[in-house]
Design a protein around this ligand. Structure first.
Ligand code: PAF
Length: 294
């Protein structure tokens, strides 16, 4: 597996592969790799001839300097892990290599999808994500890019960005990987104490509570209240939101029976955690919904 540090070398390596006829699968990461990242690499290996992973802790998407400084970094371990999971080349540039003129004067603004949920707690976060992702797409010329559904709002924003700007790349969303007790894998989990790690299971419990309530015909308000109650029942958890939204727009859906996404966010000790599941609301009165039913 090759390790590349410079943009010019990355471009020329991938250009060479494309000229040979290889399809390039891009797996953008910030390192601190875990099984969730490896599932992205596995999906890329299945679909593409050449798997290119980026490892770059992007300062533009951190509002808080302390959070940026505390972000776990261990390139040696990450390279070993990436190689073992079938990645062919890793691009791990310095901040100066990606942003040679400091903060770029051209930034990618994702619009209303970025203004809600995580965008409220982290106002410039998605602008930073959209900007670096656009640069990584441009530098890689990949035909597909693989993102985890755990960052569901990010996935929605990147998918919309690609549509809006006609970028020649397919965005592939990959399922969340969970611990046995339901906790979604995240690089931030390793900053939790033992007690906080235990408390963090409240996020998945909250989502399951909401999913089951909707499946049994609860309305959205009731399901959201039940989700929030599950979060607040855990003293170490400070909830941020617990909502049911329409997956593509992240807005409140109208009418029952449509696919939904339940999303939760909370702060536990030093970290903010997010999680989500797919759900469906069963119509509470199928006869009333279908006037021709007898
Ligand atoms: O999901 C992440 O790890 C990051 O937000 C990404 C997509 C690599 C951009 O820095």
């Amino acid at each position: 597996m090759e390790l590349i540090r410079e943009r010019s070398a990355w471009r020329s390596l991938l250009e060479k592969r494309r000229k040979r006829g290889d399809s390039i699968g891009l797996v953008p990461t910030m390192g601190a790799l875990h099984a969730g990242h490896l599932s992205l690499a596995t999906a890329a290996v299945e679909r593409c001839d050449f798997v290119a992973m980026t490892i770059f802790v992007n300062p533009l998407q951190f509002g808080d300097e302390k959070d940026l400084a505390a972000y776990p970094r261990d390139l040696g371990v990450d390279l070993q892990t990436a190689g073992d999971s079938g990645v062919h080349a890793v691009f791990a540039p310095s901040v100066g290599e990606i942003y040679p003129f400091g903060k770029p004067s051209t930034m990618v603004r994702p619009g209303p999808l970025a203004d809600r949920l995580e965008g409220i707690a982290r106002p410039s976060h998605f602008e930073g994500v959209a900007t670096v992702v656009t640069k990584l797409f441009a530098l890689s010329g990949a035909s597909a890019a693989f993102f985890g559904e755990k960052d569901f709002q990010q996935l929605a924003i990147v998918s919309r960005l690609v549509d809006d700007l006609d970028l020649p790349i397919e965005v592939v969303g990959c399922p969340i990987v969970r611990e046995a007790d339901g906790l979604a894998l995240s690089s931030r989990n390793r900053r939790l104490s033992r007690a906080e790690r235990q408390a963090a299971t409240a996020l998945f419990r909250s989502l399951e509570t909401g999913r089951l309530a909707l499946a049994h015909g609860s309305d959205l308000d009731t399901a959201e209240k039940m989700m929030m109650a599950e979060l607040t029942s855990e003293p170490l958890v400070t909830p941020s939101y617990a909502v049911a939204v329409e997956p593509a727009t992240l807005e409140r859906p109208e009418g029952a029976g449509r696919p939904l996404r339940l999303l939760v966010a909370a702060t536990i000790g030093p970290v903010r955690l997010i999680d989500n599941v797919a759900a469906e609301q069963r119509g509470s009165d199928p006869v009333a919904l279908d006037p021709v039913a007898s």
